[in-house]
Write a protein that binds this ligand. Structure first.
Ligand code: 5AD
Ligand code: SF4
Length: 348
């Protein structure tokens, strides 16, 4: 395999020839097949609440966006989604939501974890923002075993350009959160947005090296997409066009597969927002996890972290059957009934 040092990563990301991209994707697919196998693992995604205490400058559900309705699913609604995931033969589910640190919400998650684990053999991933180490531990003990927390950008200066600079949005706290999660025993996932204003190819190369350095188990990355009700919308003239953002995202997936062959890499919804087959293209570039949205159709419209998010108006049955059908058409095997844990984690 080629030597993927920082310079090589930068040049792969700066390149824009379709031939180089195609060679990169097929090399990444080959490495995936040889290390983690061809299976794609499905995780049923439930967006439990769009209430968030943060004010990230790019995100449509940031605290100060008063033009979005706020919701919280009931425990029964989450359990229905878990039942659906189990019936479909998905090995796992993901509970994702805005960052909330109130006790009532923390307790609700704990009870849900206990309840889900007592009823179904599902693996559970959480993606609920920064919490204290005690809360991570409480949720781990209640049955969660994977946690996703994107670093968004590993370059501090860029991180600080896309977040308010204050104690709730601190770069150090975020990096520390990833360490705390690891300490508590989780399989740890992180990721970044691609095609942000001010972001360079060197920043993206550094993101890949950050993942390696942090020895992560899972990664979810996707193109940055604008939302008109956010401050970063004012910088939309500074970003690459949609096609280029997708191309860069696919290159990032492929390069990460080459750098860290045995981790789990997600094909994300934001890729599908740019091209209907964006997630499938990510799978062909080395991704091996896909998260069909099981959120109730009634509230999907309110979980618009970016505009034109796909799947609004669909329900769980439609989103998942479409996803599975596309994979079948592509002759990509699905790892039904398996947790599909990160091999990287198991080896450690
Ligand atoms: N475009 C793309 N991704 C976004 N996220 C938030 N806002 C946007 C956006 N405008 C991503 C962040 C966050 C995840 C839940 O969604 O990376 O971690
Ligand atoms: Fe909240 Fe996450 Fe959006 Fe930031 S990116 S405002 S933490 S939901």
């Amino acid at each position: 395999m080629r030597n993927l040092d920082r310079e090589a990563l930068i040049s792969c990301l700066e390149d824009d020839s379709p031939e180089v991209a195609a060679a990169l994707y097929s090399e990444a697919y080959r490495v995936k097949k040889e290390t983690v196998g061809e299976n794609v693992y499905l995780r049923g995604l439930v967006e439990i609440s769009n209430i968030c205490r943060k004010n990230c400058l790019y995100c449509g559900i940031r605290r100060d966006n008063l033009n979005t309705g706020r919701y919280e699913l009931t425990s029964e609604e989450v359990l229905e989604a878990a039942a659906f995931a189990a019936e479909q033969g998905y090995g796992s589910m993901v509970i994702q939501g805005g960052e909330r640190t109130d006790r009532k919400f923390i307790d609700k998650i704990t009870s849900l974890l206990v309840e889900i684990k007592s009823r179904w053999p599902l693996g559970i991933t959480l993606s609920l923002g920064e919490q204290t180490e005690d809360v991570y531990r409480e949720w781990f003990e209640a049955g969660a075993h994977r946690y996703l927390l994107r670093i968004e950008s590993s370059t501090r200066e860029l991180y600080e350009k896309i977040h308010p600079v204050d104690a709730v949005h601190s770069y150090e706290t975020r990096v520390q959160a990833l360490r705390d999660l690891r300490k508590c025993g989780y399989q740890v996932g992180t990721g970044v947005m691609i095609g942000l204003p001010f972001q360079t190819a060197a920043n993206l190369a550094d993101d890949l090296l950050f993942f390696k350095e942090m020895d992560i188990d899972m990664c979810g990355m996707g193109p940055y997409l604008v939302h008109s009700e956010t401050p970063l919308y004012a910088c939309r003239h500074l970003i690459p066009d949609l096609e280029r953002r997708l191309d860069l995202s696919l290159r990032m997936v492929a390069l990460l597969r080459l750098l860290m062959p045995d981790i789990n890499i997600a094909a994300t919804t934001a890729m599908q927002a740019i091209a209907p087959d964006g997630r499938e293209r990510a799978i062909l570039a080395g991704a091996n996890v896909l998260m069909p949205n099981l959120t109730l159709s009634e509230v999907r419209e309110d979980y618009q972290i970016y505009q034109n998010k796909p799947g609004v108006g669909e329900d769980a049955a439609i989103s998942s059957s479409r996803t599975e059908q596309r994979l079948r058409e592509m002759k990509i095997p699905i790892g039904y009934g398996q947790w599909g844990d990160s091999r990287h984690y198991r080896k450690r």
